[in-house]
Ligand binder design. Structure first.
Ligand code: HEC
Length: 690
């Protein structure tokens, strides 16, 4: 850094110290719908509505919206974070759980905190599940809280970025990992984790004292081994809904995303995850509801004790986790005002639930759903279709495991009464053939589902997506805008009658919130999955979004690679817009539409080895290098890699760990034969792709 820059940074640090000392962000501040120009928590307020009451930017003038400032993010790839804005300072997470604080009016960097996740994970198999993504932060009384991929929860002084405390939330030999944002309330900060596909994991959340990091309570979401005793009466009862020796598989139910605090009832609502493994015949042979998988689980916020639950997918079998955000609102229902929560999980139903007692008020399909006909309002249970569970064989159903809606947050606008959902459509094939339910066991740090891995490609024709405005009172769509591609960004809505969303195709669009008319667009030059926010500093309103394709979209396939966001090719940026913006948009790099496949035409492909190699590749490599070896930008496309085309070089990359610092994990347990088999699979895919 130049001397001028460091002097400037020191001055800004002083300035920000002064600012943060003046405000104490507590529960009352986060609960307020009027937060001035701030954005104080992941979903803005405790309601998680992502509704900004600001209306300087509105449907009458949004055509004047221009880039005001931007920040280059050269060290980042996947950007999934919702920034927070507290009194003129913006805090957000970049790739690898790095935290940044910038002046929210100018973009000047105030501090950067690097938890050095990759260094800590080098040589550890955890790295194999590291897409580098992190969804955000919590703010509480002058401190910023980040949860790192390797499972630390860290308190940072907001003024300086100095670490106040750090706790490890799971042992590093367990296959858990964190990509989600913590939430803060009542001097507690709470976090869960993911990892139910990576090994035998039993999900839990833990609440820590914001001042000291001391653990206050921990609540498991599924019952453990009965012989060890149950942690609570609720888990004892839940155990009656499981069969076999489920605890050997962990059970799952991780809380990897949705946590909503409700100040009205002093509860937290957890959106619990899928089963470990997905295949129920393996996990809980003989069926059962398998509580509290795929549920909204309400807990007392002070003790973590069970209050009520509503299970969206009893006997889950399809990765239909309920981890999508839970939004609080006051709605009139059957002529009475009600305190409700709204939830649009992967399974394709939009739920309205009474927060007082967990009673289901409404559940309708918001997209293509073939696993269930409807939800029976008397029992609150889905009525499954015959094809939902092929007892022996293959079922192909909608939605697939990526969901009709994934983690990309929806928003709710109390003025229009509409919820804006990043909707997507893709089927999945659940293939049980050849799976021995008795003997199946999860392999640590591999993709474990209890089904045969999907061996084909997913093409652009197999997917579609839209921005869907859903009317929760009438329980039907108000309007829908079709979008190209799959895995678009989360949404934000405002009192200016606007909705903003970034797309997988690299645009940020603004729409009229009431009609869905497109009123503004900006070419960001890279796919966007993060949700935008809106905030104000000195009476000037801004729209901000992190542009950085990545996260689960790295699972790849031709469908997700279709926009051409190649590994390392497209700059990642924080983009900030205002009505007075005068910044020259930074140059973009053209999408990569053609791949230079490396193929030795003399070579005769060893198809038997290639087939064995595919079985090794899929559970280990697809998360970054893509389904069918088609990369969507998470890592180099191996069909075009010279290193992958040379058996010696290939073996060295896999077993020496030489690229660990750049995100390529170590696979030193692979034998010569296995390395060669994967090599042949990639050679085959290269040949097929010519
Ligand atoms: C967690 C993500 C991740 C996983 C899982 C992963 N890789 Fe990688 N891989 C990377 C990244 C990132 C790079 C690029 C590193 C760099 O910038 O040099 C890479 C690079 C490579 C390269 C070098 C490519 C080149 O042309 O430089 C090869 C070969 C490779 N990986 C093979 C594999 C195989 C085979 C597997 C599965 C056994 C695998 N990788 C699993 C992330 C991953």
């Amino acid at each position: 850094m130049s001397r001028v820059a460091s002097v400037l940074q020191a001055a800004l640090l002083l300035f920000s110290t002064h600012l943060s000392a003046a405000v104490a962000i507590d529960g009352a501040a986060i609960a307020a719908s009027d937060q001035g120009g701030d954005w104080l928590a992941y979903g803005r307020s405790y309601s998680e509505q992502r509704f900004s009451p600001l209306k300087q930017i509105n449907d009458g003038n949004v055509d004047r919206l221009r880039l005001d400032w931007y920040l280059e993010m050269p060290d980042s790839r996947a950007l999934n974070s919702t920034p927070l804005v507290v009194n003129g300072v913006m805090y957000f997470t970049a790739s690898q759980s790095v935290v940044m604080a910038v002046d929210a009016a100018s973009g000047a960097l105030l501090w950067r905190y690097d938890p050095e996740v990759i260094t800590r994970l080098a040589n550890r198999k955890h790295m194999r599940f590291n897409w580098g993504a992190n969804r955000g932060l919590a703010f509480w009384k002058g401190r910023v809280y980040v949860a790192t991929f390797d499972g630390r929860l860290i308190a940072l002084e907001a003024a300086t970025g100095k670490e106040a405390w750090s706790v490890q939330t799971f042992p590093l030999d367990e296959t858990r990992y964190i990509t989600g944002a913590p939430r803060a309330f009542n001097d507690l900060v709470i976090i869960g984790h993911g990892g139910a596909e990576a090994g035998a994991v039993r999900g839990y959340v833990t609440a820590y004292d914001t001042a000291t990091g001391e653990q206050k309570w921990r609540t498991y979401t599924v019952p453990g081994k009965p012989a060890d005793g149950f942690e609570s009466p609720a888990l004892k009862e839940a155990a009656g809904s499981w069969r076999g020796e489920w605890w050997k598989h962990g059970g799952g139910g991780t809380v990897w995303n949705a946590i909503t605090y409700d100040p009205l009832y002093n509860r937290v609502y957890l959106g619990t995850g899928n089963g470990a493994p997905w295949n129920q015949q393996v996990r809980s042979p003989g069926g059962g509801d398998n509580l509290f998988l795929c549920s909204i689980l309400a807990l007392d916020a002070d003790t973590g004790e069970y209050a009520w639950h509503y299970q969206t997918t009893p006997g889950e079998n399809w990765d239909y986790n309920s981890a999508m955000d839970i939004v609080l609102a006051d709605l009139e229902w059957d002529g009475k005002p009600r305190h409700v929560l709204m939830h649009a999980p992967k399974n394709g139903f939009f739920y309205v639930v009474d927060r007082e007692d967990g009673r289901l008020l409404g559940a309708e399909k918001f997209g293509k759903v073939t696993w269930a006909e409807r939800v029976d309002m008397k029992t609150g249970r889905p009525v499954e279709t015959p094809e939902a569970r092929a007892t022996d064989g293959v079922s192909v159903i909608y939605p697939g495991f990526l969901g009709a809606h994934n983690w990309q947050p929806m928003s709710y606008n109390p003025d229009t009464g509409l919820v804006y959902i990043p909707y997507q459509e893709m089927a999945a094939e659940y293939d049980k053939r050849g799976i021995d339910s008795e003997r199946w066991r999860a392999e640590d740090f591999q993709m474990n589902t209890g089904f045969q891995p999907y061996r084909g490609d997913i093409t652009p024709d197999d997917v579609s997506s839209a921005l869907l405005a859903w009317d929760p009172r009438r329980q039907k769509p108000a309007w829908k805008v079709d979008l190209p591609g799959f895995q678009n960004g989360g949404t934000v809505t405002s009192a200016g009658n606007l909705v903003f969303q970034g797309t997988s195709s690299g645009y940020i669009h603004g729409y009229r919130a009431d009609t869905g008319r497109l009123v503004w667009s900006f070419d960001a030059g890279v796919g966007i999955v993060a949700p935008p926010i809106s905030y104000a500093v000195n009476d000037k309103q801004y729209i901000a979004v992190l542009a950085g394709w990545g996260g689960a979209s790295y699972i790849g396939s031709t469908a997700m690679a279709q926009h051409g966001w190649a590994y390392g090719a497209h700059p990642r940026r924080l983009l900030v817009f205002s009505l007075e913006g005068k910044a020259e948009p930074p140059p973009t790099v053209a999408p990569q539409t053609e791949l230079l496949i490396v193929d030795n035409s003399e070579q005769v492909i060893d198809t038997a080895q290639a087939s064995a190699g595919q079985d090794l590749y899929l559970p280990r490599c697809l998360g970054c290098h893509g389904v069918a070896a088609v990369s969507a930008g998470g890592a180099p496309d191996l069909r075009a890699s010279a290193a992958a085309a040379d058996l010696d070089a290939f073996g060295t990359v896999l077993r020496s760990g030489q690229l660990q610092a750049r995100g390529m994990p170590l696979f030193d347990e692979l034998s010569d034969r296995e390395v060669e088999q994967i090599y042949w699979y990639i050679r085959q895919r290269a040949r097929e792709s010519l």
